[in-house]
Design a protein around this ligand. Sequence first.
Ligand code: FES
Ligand code: MG
Length: 599
Amino acid sequence: MAELPHNPAHSNQKPGQLRSRAWFDDPSNADMTALYLERYMNFGLSLEELQSGRPIIGIAQTGSDLSPCNRHHLVLAERVREGIRESGGIVLEFPVHPIQETGKRPTAGLDRNLAYMALVELLFGYPLDGVVLTTGCDKTTPACLMAAATVNIPAIALSVGPMLNGYYKGERTGSGTIVWKAREMLANGEIDYEEFIRLVASSAPSTGYCNTMGTATTMNSLTEALGMSLPGQAAIPAPYRDRQEAAYRTGKQIVEMVHADRKPSDILTREAFINAIRVNSALGGSTNAPIHLNALARHIGVELTIDDWQTYGRDIPLLVNLQPAGEYLGEDYYRAGGVPAVVNQLMQQGLIHEDALTANGKSMGENCAKLTIQDERVIRPFDQALSQSAGFSVLRGNLFHSAIMKLSVISRDFRDRYLSNPEDPEAFEGPVVVFDGPEDYHARIDDPELGVTEDTLLIMRGAGPNGYPGAAEVVNMRAPSSLLKRGIHALPCIGDGRQSGTSGNPSILNASPEAASGGNLAILETGDIVRVDLRKGTVNVLVSDEELAKRREALEARGGYGYPASQTPWQEMQRSVMGQLESGAVLEPAVKYQRIAQT
Ligand code: FES
Ligand code: MG
C-alpha cells in the first residue's frame, strides 16, 4: 500500500528551528497555524508569546488523587513553571495516565505500557519542544522515560521524592517491607486486624512514594544514574524544601536543554545503562529494574540484555543500607548523600563510565566528583560494604530461558539453611509445591494437606505478563503459618511473575518465558525435585527429558497452560503484543518507532 505524506504540521520543521514553530508560526500553512493559535490563546496565552520562538515546555503531570504517591507533583509543578518561565520558556502542563502501584486492580503491571503509549502520542502530536517528566511511583518513571526515548525530544525527569520515614513504637517502618512482616505477624496471631492496619499505615506518614529501596526509589535513583535528571535530586524526600528547589532548577534546566538540543539519545547510551546496572547493585535495587531498564534500552535503540545485569552488576557490593536489604529509609538515604555519594564510591573503583553525559550538560564524573558520603551508617564506603556480590544472579535451566535472583536480600538465616552444604555451598534442592496464580496460593498456603516443610520450594506460575495479565508482584510468598510458628520465615520461591521491590524474600523471579507463553513452569508438578545452583546459575527440575517431553505433549493436547479471560479491552490488546519480562515486557510493535520527533 502506498504511503500518504504526513500531516505537514508535523514535518515542516526547519533546521535550527524549534518544532513548536511548525504549529504556531508557519506562514506557508496559514489555515492550520491560525487554528492552532486561536485555541491555545483561549486561556490567556498571547500571540506574542506563542510566536516569539520561545521554547514550549510540557510538564507531563503524573500526580492526581488516583495516584497518591505522585500527587505532590501537583504542588511541585508550580515551582517547575517558575523555573521554565524565568528561563524564557512557555509552559503547557498536561496529565499522564495515572498509575498507582498498590491501588490498581488487577495489577499496575498493566499500565506502564498504556501510559507509555499515550504519552508518546502527546509528546509527538502536540507543539512541545521539551518536557519535564514528573516521576515517582514504580511504573510512572519507566513509562515517562520510555515515551521520551521513543519521541526523543529534550526531556528531564523530576522525582516526587520518597515519603518521610515511618515509625511504629520507636522502630522504623518502611513502606511495603512492613506489609510483608505484618502479614506474617497476623498469620502467626501476634497482632490482630486492627493493629495490622495501624502498623502498615505507620509506614506512610507523608506525601511521596515508598520510603524503602523499593521500585520507586530504585527507578528514580537509576534515572539519575542514567543522567536523565539533575544530580542529587532523586533522594530528596517529597515534603523537604530542597524538593521545591529541585523542581525550580529542573524547570530552568529543561529550557537550557532545548536550546542545546540535548536529547534522550545523547544521554541514554550503553555506557549510561551499564552505570545504572552497577548503581542498582550498590543500592540493593528492585528486581523490577531489569524489566524497566531493558524496556527503556529497547525504545532508545541501545543493545542491553538480561545477561548484562549479571556481567556488570552481580559482583558489585551492597553499599546502601536501606530496607528491605538493610535497616534505614528514605530520609536517611538523602542525608547520607543519595545517588551522587553512591556513584562517587563506584567511581573511585573505576566502575563508572565517567564521560557519560547528563541532563545538565556535564558528565557523570563531573557531577559526582566531589559528592562524598555524609553518613557511613547509611551509605557504606566501598571497602566496608554490607555484603559482597549484591547484584542479580541470572539463572537458566530446563524450566525457563532466564530468571533472576536478588542476592542482596538473601538473609543469613537463608544462607545457613539452604546454602551451607560444604560440598556445594551455593546449591540447594527440594520438592516443589506449585500454585497457579496468587488466588490459588492465598486459598491453599495454610492447608496442612500441602505438606510444606522447611525444605520445600514454593512455585508461582500463571503470574507473567500474559498469565495475569501485566505480570503480578506475587512471587514473594510467605511460608505457611505452621512454619512461621516455628520461626521459619523464608522459603525459596520460583515464579514467572514479579516481586515487589520492597520484599526481601529469596525468590527466583521474572522467569521467561512464562507458563502461559509456553514456558516449562507449566509442566512442573507438585512433588518434583528442583535443584538450584547459584554458583553455576542454574535451576533444573530433576526429571528426565523423556518425562518432560511426555508432559509437554499432554499439555499441548489440553490446549496449553492458558490464562483467565481478559476483563478489559486493554488487557486483551496488550496480551496480543506484549513481550516477556526478560526483554522488558514492551509492546513489541512499538520498538521500531524510534526518535520519531526527528522524522
Ligand atoms: Fe507508589 Fe510504592 S506504592 S511508590
Ligand atoms: Mg511494586
